[in-house]
Design a protein around this ligand. Structure first.
Ligand code: FAD
Length: 302
């Protein structure tokens, strides 16, 4: 109850206070920060996927700026030989303002990554975006079979159907590559599973589907029971180590991350950076039950 209250008031807390706790979830504000933190992760044998932080945009000029920013990120990361790829949020490129412009913006980013034989992951946003994002993914996958992937959310009741429907895109040359996560947005219960057990059950069902069908999964979770469930499925289907990876968010559950890496599995960390860190980090803080008490301590110990 008290934790929920703190979580609800987080967006109204002084930015400086929120920053104290946000630092662990954000690589920094600049590309140089993101490169530095990515290098540190690479040195630990961990790959990265880089995300420029930003919330909903108000006009298409902002979408163009975001596209330009991503082109700069790609050039910089490739020049620094970072072992990593790129994650994009379609709303950041204009999805809710003009779908065609959004497609063209993301296409330019994917084309740039493809010049380096690299890869762009389309993050999945809230449910009104899902059909639109699948549509964009389909178009891009046709043109760039090796360079684009999508995220799917286990909490959505439609996900297994989506996975089945999208199998038409897979063939010998073009494998499907998804990040599987629980899903972060607040969705109505008509369309989304709400209970922890139900979400986990469907997460493993979706993963089972991917492994059985030779789809490459990015298993994106910090939940130990899901990591253990994934190990079991990997063993059951005898999946080679280059046919899947684990993924985690920067700064979250580093111990569990280390144990996965030590077992020899590929690990990729999502590295968010940028000036717009506030919205992203308040979402992360809300997920972390220990944060409420830490924030209270900080309020009284300044
Ligand atoms: P949970 O049950 O939420 O957490 C399991 C345990 O992990 C918790 O008990 C706690 O110990 C630890 N933990 C979780 N979060 C935190 C935290 N912030 N701080 C400290 N400990 C924590 N969602 C989308 O909807 N779209 C996306 O495109 C998307 N991309 C993602 C990319 C990656 C690489 C990852 C890892 C997640 C992504 N998510 C995305 C978020 C995801 O949907 C979940 O909301 C988030 O990962 C928490 O779910 P969980 O599986 O870790 O399980």
């Amino acid at each position: 109850m008290f934790n929920k209250l703190i979580a609800a008031t987080l967006p109204y807390m002084p930015k400086k206070l929120v920053w104290i706790f946000s630092k662990r979830y954000i690589a920094g504000e600049t590309i140089a920060d993101a490169v530095r933190e990515s290098k540190k992760l690479n040195d630990q044998g961990i790959k990265v996927t880089v995300d420029l932080l930003g919330e909903f945009i108000k006009n298409l000029d902002e979408a163009t700026e975001n596209k330009e920013a991503y082109l700069e990120i790609i050039e910089t990361f490739e020049a620094n030989k970072i072992d990593g790829n790129y994650s994009v949020k379609p709303t950041f490129f204009g999805l809710l303002l003009d779908e065609e412009v959004c497609y063209q913006n993301i296409r330019t980013v994917v084309a740039k990554a493809a010049e380096y034989n690299n890869f762009v992951r389309i993050d999945m946003e809230d449910s009104p975006c899902v059909d639109k994002e699948i549509k964009i993914f389909r178009r891009l996958k046709k043109e760039f079979p090796q360079n684009v992937g999508l995220v799917v959310q286990a909490y959505l009741k439609r996900t297994l159907d989506d996975l089945n429907n999208m199998m038409d895109m897979q063939n010998g040359v073009s494998k499907l590559n998804y990040r599987l996560c629980k899903g972060i947005y607040v969705e109505p219960e008509e369309i989304a599973y709400k209970k922890y057990e139900e979400i986990n059950e469907h997460f493993l069902e979706d993963l089972d589907f991917m492994l059985k069908n030779d789809v490459y999964p990015g298993i994106a979770t910090h939940d130990k029971p899901l990591v253990d469930g994934a190990y079991k499925l990997i063993e059951k289907y005898n999946v080679p180590k280059d046919k899947y990876e684990f993924q985690m968010l920067y700064g979250v559950t580093p111990e569990l991350r280390k144990s996965i890496v030590e077992k020899g599995h590929t690990m990729r960390v999502y590295v968010p950076f940028g000036k717009d860190w506030f919205g992203y980090s308040t979402r992360r803080l809300k997920e972390n039950p220990k944060m409420a008490s830490l924030i209270i301590k900080a309020l009284f110990n300044r």
